[in-house]
Design a protein around this ligand. Sequence first.
Ligand code: ATP
Ligand code: MG
Length: 140
Amino acid sequence: MATTISRDTSSAVETEAAGEELGRRLRAGDLVLLKGELGAGKTTFVRGMARGAGSAAQVASPTFQLVRVYRGRVQLAHVDLYRLEKDDEIRDVGLDELLDAGAVVVEWGERLTGASGALISIEHLGGDRRRLTVERDLPR
Ligand SMILES: Nc1ncnc2c1ncn2[C@@H]1O[C@H](COP(=O)(O)OP(=O)(O)OP(=O)(O)O)[C@@H](O)[C@H]1O
Ligand SMILES: [Mg+2]
């Protein structure tokens, strides 16, 4: 069984820093799925990932745009599946093209059933505390 690694954070800044570490490791073709309830800190984690990937862009939830693209050392596409229920809508996101162009991070990524890629869960521990767990790491 793969080793799972957990880290508890006690502020948004710490969760961002964890995201930045992952962002520094990103390469084109990497897929990162984020799992966690509303307000868990998925977008906060992505903010750090974008910085680690070398982008100075403002990271915001792509809930209404579906996909936001941050250009850096490696391009990072930020997808949010919250409002997408049906499989055909999820396919319309065009994941393959995005992965050709760079790395991709997906909020509510567990909805991409059967997708490979890293899987990170973020759980509320009460107050500002969160538990980040690497359920599946990048394949290297
Ligand atoms: N330890 C922490 N880690 C991350 N965010 C935290 C932490 N403590 C407090 N917060 C706050 O929790 C909120 C997390 O919001 P964020 O938008 O990142 O969550 P989300 O999982 O993307 O939500 P949604 O499901 O609506 O997309 C922010 O307001 C952030 O400042
Ligand atoms: Mg979000």
